[in-house]
Design a protein around this ligand. Structure first.
Ligand SMILES: NC(=O)c1ccc[n+]([C@@H]2O[C@H](COP(=O)([O-])OP(=O)(O)OC[C@H]3O[C@@H](n4cnc5c(N)ncnc54)[C@H](OP(=O)(O)O)[C@@H]3O)[C@@H](O)[C@H]2O)c1
Length: 333
């Protein structure tokens, strides 16, 4: 009897929504957790990564399966209890995950197949700040358009979460990086993240300046996570045979894609999604080891982390959607 009572005593704070809408639908609750089942662990989360996609699940742009729905896809923490048949993890291990929906919680039960160990020397806050974002950056610079020494690449939202890591990684692989940012205050952040040139998004003469930097040729690749506001201009500033990697749409989906213009310059357009690149144990561990090695080699410099308490998730969403955040945002339970 005592054992049964003990089994039901894990209490966790979490953020959930009972309908989709603006950030005010995010509400703070307490919930009781059971014990981890076979192949599962109970994780005490130290930090939860905020990703732009979280705002899509909250707002209704992406569907959710049922309500109440706990948003969030990545976090890092310490294992507090393990279920039966767990062999690769033990109580006290420092772990992180990159795509298990339901992350906005102080504690949660997760399957171990998507967990990775956080190496010594990497803090749990750093791990939560970079799992999704640096995994995405790795996909972009090593798989979608593989950066080569001497390339010139354009990175939109170069002071943002993914954008700043793409800049740092592309620079380390030998590229000259041109970045755009949404406000003057973000310019320095983009420069510190690895950009060689930074322009205000939508500024006059931008295309002309990019052509001047590339001696009239255009850039080898554009990494575009902004979409609607940036896509059309990219076509004019990519070189013949270059690539436009449209990996996100923080300003909305491009309204019109001019296929004739793409064809005229033999431009390749890609729309990569991280989940398709991390489909099994081997790919997860390749991305994780490569990403943590990149972090520890110093190519990202000091990770620019902004912290919010988990109880202020609504404020964090609102700030991200109104372009006030820079670098990686985490929430701390
Ligand atoms: N394909 C994938 O698998 C994958 C994986 C992860 C993320 N993503 C995508 O990567 C992009 C970046 O994600 P993140 O989490 O790192 O976010 P983030 O870049 O930190 O935040 C989004 C940034 O987009 C820029 N932006 C431009 N127009 C905007 C608008 N109208 N509203 C809001 N933001 C606008 C802002 O930077 P400025 O003010 O500097 O312009 C803003 O800071 C998102 O589009 C996300 O969906 C894709």
């Amino acid at each position: 009897m005592l054992d049964i009572i003990k089994e039901t005593t894990y209490k966790s704070s979490s953020i959930s929504i009972s309908q989709q809408g603006n950030p005010s639908v995010l509400t703070y609750n307490k919930e009781i957790l059971g014990q981890p089942g076979p192949g599962e662990v109970l994780l005490r989360q130290a930090a939860i990564g905020l990703n732009f996609v979280d705002t899509y699940f909250r707002s209704g742009m992406f569907p959710v399966k049922s309500f109440p729905y706990v948003p969030g896809i990545e976090a890092a923490g310490i294992i507090e209890a393990i279920g039966p048949w767990v062999t690769d993890f033990k109580v006290g291990d420092r772990v992180a995950y990159h795509f298990i929906p339901g992350a906005y919680a102080e504690m949660r039960i997760v399957g171990t197949h998507q967990l990775v160990h956080v190496p010594d020397g990497v803090s749990l806050e750093e791990a939560a700040a970079i799992m999704v974002k640096a995994f995405t950056a790795r996909m972009l610079v090593k798989e979608s358009y593989k950066v080569k020494q001497g390339d010139v690449v354009l990175v939109h939202a170069g002071a943002g979460g993914v954008g700043s890591l793409v800049s740092g990684w592309a620079k380390a692989m030998g590229a000259t990086v041109i970045a755009t940012v949404g406000s003057e205050g973000k310019k320095q952040i983009a420069l510190e993240s690895g950009a060689d040139y930074v322009f205000l998004a939508g500024c006059e003469g931008f295309a002309k300046s990019v052509l001047a930097i590339t001696e009239g040729n255009g850039v080898d690749a554009v990494y575009d996570g902004v979409g609607k506001d940036t896509f059309s201009e990219s076509v004019g500033i990519v070189k013949k045979g270059g690539k436009i990697v449209l990996y996100g749409s923080s300003s909305g989906q491009p309204e019109h894609i001019d296929h004739a213009a793409l064809r005229a310059k033999s431009i390749v357009m890609l729309t990569p999604v991280l989940n398709a690149h991390i489909s099994d144990y081997d790919s997860l561990h390749l991305f994780a080891s490569d990403t943590f090695a990149a972090l520890q080699s110093g190519i990202f410099g000091k990770i620019n982390i902004t912290k919010y308490p988990l109880s202020k998730a609504a404020q964090a969403h609102s700030d991200m959607e109104s372009r006030k955040t820079t670098g990686s945002v985490i929430m701390v339970p």
